[in-house]
Design a protein around this ligand. Structure first.
Ligand SMILES: [Zn+2]
Length: 161
């Protein structure tokens, strides 16, 4: 009997990457309104020798029909991704999200499509927008907290009378 080969790749779900992706989609609703994050699954793989940080996997229509499932995507990050800065990781995820077409059909948008490009420039522009949205959210949360605290303070003062 032939010796069983060890699997070349090891895959595991990546909840940390999933959270990062979901935050990006939530903070950029104008950019990714078509992305259903429940159908974008993030995985981490080990042992890949490809010179990439991440890739996105499609599920063509014929597979959806054969398996009786809706369109899904898998965003796979490799070990190199974990050694990147947070900013670079977010740009990598933005890059993969740009491959998802507006139709969320299961197919992929190529790097060059009708004059629109998926490249460093697009990633940089979206990342700047992400940072602004994050700062705005943080400020709104701080404002809400202040209002809440002043309300609580007011109540305490009133009830102490
Ligand atoms: Zn790409």
């Amino acid at each position: 009997m032939a010796k069983r080969k060890r699997p070349k790749y090891a895959y595991e779900v990546a909840p940390d990457v999933q959270a990062m992706l979901e935050e990006i989609v939530r903070l950029l609703p104008d950019e990714f309104p078509h992305v259903d994050v429940r159908r974008v699954v993030c995985y981490r793989s080990r042992g890949s020798t490809a010179r990439i940080y991440a890739r996105i996997w499609s599920l063509p229509g014929i597979w959806q029909a054969a398996l009786g499932v809706e369109a899904h995507y898998v965003v796979e990050v490799v070990e190199r991704f974990d050694r990147e800065s947070r900013e670079e990781q977010e740009k990598t995820i933005l890059h993969e999200l740009l491959h998802i077409p507006k139709t969320f059909s299961g197919a992929l948008v190529p790097h060059n499509c009708f004059g629109k490009k998926i490249n460093c420039e697009a990633e940089g522009r979206l990342h700047a927008k992400l940072e602004r949205a994050r700062a705005l959210e943080a400020r709104a949360q701080a404002d809400a907290q202040r209002i809440l605290e002043s309300y609580d303070l007011g109540r305490t003062t009133t009830s102490a009378k």
